[in-house]
Design a protein around this ligand. Structure first.
Ligand SMILES: *Cc1c(COP(=O)(O)O)cnc(C)c1O
Length: 304
């Protein structure tokens, strides 16, 4: 099977400016969003072992779940297309008359979309529901929503292989399901892993990390909380202004759901002196830029 995240070399954007000189810290952004020409970010890594399993199986089919703007669905659809796998997307809610840009893209990539009620969706892990899906679609490899599974974390740990030689003191990522953070923890030794929840009041990160990568790791994870800007996929003018400034000052494009909040948190912590002098910080650009298409045109200076 073709390894999709080997398509492009991982690039690093090095930030410079008075803040970094004054605080004597360095910051580089690892552009995971550019590691494949179409599919961006951490999703490719999380999918890796699931794609391999489906590719080696007779059914050659992946079934997964997501909402109408899901980066995970978009990534899965495209990854399956180029790997030669059948893909099925179980989508939360009624089929709308006009599909979101994300779902249109999924269909264009050959994904079979199957819409289910919110209550069925909430019950999607139940054996009864899975049996129904098997009746409808035959055999498949199931990928939990967002790749939230130890095998997804194992895949995300492959990101660390690309960062090791950078000798980072801190590696920062946004949290959705916590699978990416768990993957980084699996292979961290000297590096401190910092995670910025994109959701409000995420109280179960410890349980998640325990399930994804075993007991030992949670205490090694540093969490910058309070940077969710109102909650998942919520935004404020302050966040949008920050995104535009980030682009104007550093030519970095971010998505408003995850990477902008992570970058805001890290920049804020640099300003307040959280990072010791000499820190060598790497922020992961986990992708997700397609999500900015749901914003009104001209919200972002770079989204044209
Ligand atoms: C999905 C996603 C995340 C969250 O990753 P998890 O492994 O679910 O925590 C972060 N950033 C972007 C851009 C994403 O699309």
């Amino acid at each position: 099977m073709k390894i999709l995240f080997e398509e492009n070399e991982l690039e690093f954007d090095h930030f410079s400016g008075p803040l970094f000189d004054q605080k004597k810290v360095s910051l580089a952004v690892a552009r995971l969003d550019r590691i494949h020409p179409v599919i961006s970010g951490n999703k490719l890594f999380k999918l890796h072992y699931f794609l391999e399993e489906a590719f080696d199986a007779e059914h050659k089919t992946i079934l997964t779940f997501g909402g109408p703007y899901s980066n995970h669905l978009a990534a899965t659809a495209h990854a399956c297309k180029i790997t030669g796998l059948r893909s099925i997307g179980i989508v939360r809610g009624e089929r709308p008359t006009i599909l979101s840009h994300t779902l249109k893209q999924c269909e264009a990539n050959g994904m079979e979309l199957h819409f289910v009620s919110r209550s069925a969706y909430n019950d999607k892990e139940s054996p009864g529901f899975i049996l129904q899906l098997q009746d409808l679609f035959g055999a498949f490899t199931i990928v939990p929503e967002g790749g939230y599974h130890p095998m997804g974390a194992e895949g995300a740990s492959l990101i660390m292989d690309k960062l090791k030689e950078k000798n980072a003191s801190h590696i920062c990522t946004a949290i959705g399901t916590a699978t990416t953070a768990a993957g980084l923890l699996l292979k961290a030794d000297k590096e401190k892993i910092i995670a910025v929840p994109a959701l409000k009041g995420m109280a179960d990160i410890e349980e998640r990390i325990d399930w994804l990568c075993g007991k030992k790791s949670f205490n090694d994870l540093l969490i910058f909380d309070g940077y969710h800007f109102g909650g998942y996929a919520k935004k404020t003018n302050e966040l949008i202004d920050f995104m535009n400034d980030l682009y104007n000052n550093h030519r970095l494009t971010t998505d408003f759901v995850y990477t902008a909040k992570m970058m805001y948190a890290v920049m804020d912590k640099i300003k307040t002196g959280y990072f010791p002098e000499g820190s060598n910080i790497i922020c992961l650009h986990t992708g997700g830029l397609q999500g900015n298409n749901s914003l009104p045109a001209s919200t972002l200076v770079f989204n044209s």
